[in-house]
Design a protein around this ligand. Structure first.
Ligand code: AP5
Length: 214
């Protein structure tokens, strides 16, 4: 499970984690944006909350996550939850379903960096890749021409998202205090990934040992 403030780098790290460890990446932000883009009922309910930088009601998000977690690929490859749980109620819902992570990673980044990262972020709607105008510019003019800006990435909305994150962070992380690993997310994405990779590799080795001994 990966957590952190808006633009702390969760999505960026998840791309790298999936490449290396093959887990199924479940990002509630991505799932909700896909519902909005497809014009579904969930999407139309979620849109106003997202565009205002507020949390979408727990019930909508929890139903979406539990449906995704029940799919076959998750059973085979394991899951990587990004952006969920984001409230105590959501953490409790997972507990009720007896879904617990092996590791709870928190990306820690100072506020002023977060705002810079959000305002410069661009998304490639074709490949689903995350770019940044300054830090990770697109590789080609063709990609550059199709990049989009998220409607909730204005400075004002980022501040509101950050405030909501801070209101909930402690309650959510208290549910996972014994498996929490806080990582300094202000370094380059490669340096941050190195730390995450070490943690996940250790975990993988422990699991292999348990399987072999059992
Ligand atoms: P969501 O999409 O989850 O937004 P978020 O948590 O605010 O996180 P972000 O996607 O903004 O950032 P990130 O941490 O993934 O950073 P990224 O890697 O892109 O949620 C959006 C909305 O959906 C919410 O506001 C809410 O309305 C709703 N929602 C979602 N989940 C919900 C839930 N559980 N309950 C209720 N509502 C929910 O990086 C950011 C930028 O920085 C990029 O440009 C990237 O290129 C750059 N960058 C990344 N790492 C580095 C680095 N190390 N150095 C320099 N630049 C970097």
């Amino acid at each position: 499970m990966i957590s952190g403030a808006p633009a702390s780098g969760k999505g960026t790290q998840c791309e790298l984690i999936v490449q290396k460890f093959g887990l199924v990446h479940i990002s509630t932000g991505d799932l909700l944006r896909a519902e909005v883009a497809a014009g579904t009922e969930i999407g139309s309910k979620a849109k106003e909350f997202m565009n205002a930088g507020r949390l979408v009601p727990d019930e909508i998000v929890t139903n979406m996550v539990s449906a995704r977690l029940a799919r076959e690929d998750v059973k085979q490859r394991g899951w990587l939850l990004d952006g969920y749980p984001r409230s105590l109620a959501q953490a409790e819902s997972l507990e009720k379903m007896q879904i617990r992570p092996d590791l709870y990673i928190v990306l820690d980044v100072p506020d002023e960096i977060l705002i810079d990262r959000c305002v410069g972020r661009r998304l490639d709607p074709v490949e689903g890749k995350i770019y940044h105008l300054k830090f990770f510019p697109p590789e080609t003019e063709e990609i550059k021409a199709r990049l989009i800006t998220r409607p909730d990435d204005t400075e004002e909305k980022v501040k509101s998202r950050l405030q909501i994150y801070k209101q909930n962070a402690e309650a959510v992380s208290s549910a996972y205090s014994n498996i929490t690993n806080k990582i300094d997310g202000s370094h380059s994405k490669e340096v941050v990934f190195k730390e995450i990779e070490t943690l996940l590799s250790q975990l993988q080795q422990q699991k292999v040992k348990i399987i072999k001994s059992g």
